[in-house]
Design a protein around this ligand. Structure first.
Ligand SMILES: NC(=O)c1ccc[n+]([C@@H]2O[C@H](COP(=O)([O-])OP(=O)(O)OC[C@H]3O[C@@H](n4cnc5c(N)ncnc54)[C@H](OP(=O)(O)O)[C@@H]3O)[C@@H](O)[C@H]2O)c1
Length: 261
């Protein structure tokens, strides 16, 4: 299937690793021009070397800092066609140990990054009458694990924001949608598997099996998604082929959320 993404200009926040990096790789394969982002010049340069493609470039910015976001926005070309609000942080603490700072950090990086970038790019997309804004939420937005409250609430807020933002595109060829991944084997999850395996003196396969038996038992897939499974959906929803989908939450959760819509 030709996704018709050739020549499209794409910005992906938090894309030196994981789902964002994989989406960048797939966009480049489709002939798009991609700007990746991470917190340090080393991580951005390493990712660009791995991508090894003249159509890839990078911008360093940490969404924890307002000054970085301001400089980032000043440096991204105005004519971005596809904005993927992928950056997300995740601090696994139970409610009693979560600080107000933890709550603020989750909202700053997970929600406000996308709010600020959308504020900048949506009017331009509407002027040009074409554009895609994609948010990356999480199954935690509806599963709401009690040890991931601030993360889950920040992710749920993304679905709410994205749904409202989509209403501003009425009558245009711009769409705003949210992709909702389930547990995905990115660098973060690999580290979790390795550390738990070491601590519990088990193999990574045993830890993964236990996670899907005990913690994420609602998953029909009963295994971690791989980053390509999530990135494939990002590419489709970003493409002109997905013109009929707007204001939607699209699950790539391996069935964990269990809802019929
Ligand atoms: N993995 C999962 O199981 C899962 C499940 C559901 C939803 N999600 C969501 O999917 C998205 C991607 O997750 P992932 O697991 O693929 O991530 P990941 O592998 O942990 O990678 C995180 C990326 O974000 C960048 N980053 C982190 N903090 C940043 C900040 N403050 N400013 C700018 N960049 C920052 C990192 O870049 P540097 O290290 O170069 O700074 C890196 O490129 C997130 O929104 C996450 O919440 C993930």
């Amino acid at each position: 299937m030709n996704l018709n993404l050739e020549g499209k200009k794409v910005f992906i926040s938090g894309s030196t690793k994981g789902i964002g990096f994989e989406a960048a790789r797939l966009f480049l394969d489709e002939g798009a021009k991609v700007i990746i982002n991470g917190r340090t010049s080393t991580s951005v340069q390493d990712a660009l070397s791995d991508l090894d493609n003249d159509d890839a470039s990078g911008l360093v910015a940490d969404f924890m800092y307002d000054s970085h976001v301001k400089t980032l926005i000043e440096n991204i070309p105005n004519d971005i066609d596809i904005l993927v609000n992928n950056v997300g942080i995740f601090k696994g603490k139970d409610f009693n140990n979560e600080t107000v700072e933890d709550w603020n950090d989750h909202f700053k990086v997970n929600l406000m990054s996308g709010v600020q970038l959308s504020k900048h790019f949506l009017p331009e997309m509407i002027k040009r009458d074409w554009g895609r804004i994609i948010f990356i939420s999480s199954e935690c937005a509806t599963l709401v694990p009690s040890d991931l409250l601030s993360y889950s609430v920040s992710k749920a807020s993304i679905n709410v924001f994205s749904s409202g933002l989509a209403k501003l595109t009425k009558g245009t060829n711009v769409t705003v949608n949210t992709i909702v991944p389930g547990s995905t084997l990115s660098e973060g999850s690999k580290k979790f598997l390795e550390e738990t395996a070491l601590r519990e003196k088990k193999t990574k396969d045993q830890v993964e099996k236990n996670f899907f038996n005990d913690v994420r038992d609602s998953s029909l897939l009963s295994r971690f998604l791989n980053v390509t499974e999530v990135a494939n959906t990002i590419l489709y929803i970003s493409s002109p082929l997905a013109s009929g989908t707007n204001g939607a939450s699209i699950r790539v959760d391996g069935g964990s959320m269990g809802s019929i819509l």
